[in-house]
Design a protein. Structure first.
Ligand code: GSN
Length: 224
């Protein structure tokens, strides 16, 4: 059915969580099929569903899409969350890429043995490189680009909540970002998403990392 959106991924955040956030803000319903066994992954491979043998996979509009950023951008464009013109769009993409770089560093933590140096590095980068950019961009404007809600705002919301989970009080020196979070929380779809029982996934636990490694028959992820 072309009207139905189905996400194929683990029952955890990983690379799919930003897509869940974006669909939620676009107020679009979606189903999820959780990857829990090697057999399911092999079935997707033998059905030729995974262009590069990787998930996330999203079935939407009669297509089977892979590559997180391509999926994310398609959804952003389709639901009018990707700016009004190319100049807005390039700014949105620059902000989004930065936020994805930062979130990627957090995303790999469940697969890292010595997390302390990684956490220290993330905190330093967040404080010195990333958060100042968004604090400045939000000095006045309600949204990051073009006076209108975009996918970059959605990523900033997701990312800053992730940072606060790891580093309590990290936004204390970033009042514009803190106010932005407050405004975003008042968007009804986001408010519902932040309630227990929504499709938002919790922080990764051992079951999540064990499942990922089992499905890919790995003992550890090939990390950068
Ligand atoms: O962003 C993307 O969708 C791709 N550039 C990378 C997707 C990816 O790395 N997927 C992983 C699982 S999600 N976690 O990291 C994956 O499917 N790995 C299996 C493999 O054989 O590469």
């Amino acid at each position: 059915m072309s009207g139905k959106i189905t996400l194929h991924y683990f029952n955890g955040r990983g690379k799919m969580e930003s897509i869940r956030w974006l669909l939620t803000v676009a107020e679009v319903e979606f189903d999820e099929i959780y990857l829990t066994t090697r057999e399911q992954y092999e079935q997707l491979l033998s059905d030729d569903d995974l262009l590069f043998q990787q998930v996330p996979l999203v079935e939407i509009d009669g297509m089977k899409l892979v590559q997180t950023k391509a999926i994310f951008n398609y959804i952003a464009e389709k639901y009018n969350l990707h700016g009004k013109d190319p100049k807005d769009r390039v700014m949105i993409n620059m902000y989004s890429e930065g936020l994805m770089d930062l979130m990627e560093m957090i995303m790999i933590l469940p697969f890292v043995s010595d997390t302390k140096p990684k956490l220290d590095n993330i905190q330093k980068k967040a404080n010195e490189r990333y958060l100042p950019v968004f604090e400045k961009a939000l000095a006045g404007p309600v949204y990051l680009v073009g006076g209108k809600l975009s996918c970059a705002d959605v990523l900033l919301m997701e990312c800053t909540l992730m940072l606060e989970e790891k580093f309590t009080g990290i936004l204390a020196d970033f009042p514009n970002i803190k106010s932005f979070q407050g405004r975003m929380t008042r968007i009804p779809a986001i408010s519902r998403f932040l309630q227990p029982g929504s499709k938002r996934k919790p922080q990764p636990d051992e079951i999540y990392s064990k499942t990922v490694l089992e499905v890919f028959k790995m003992t550890s992820l090939p990390l950068p």
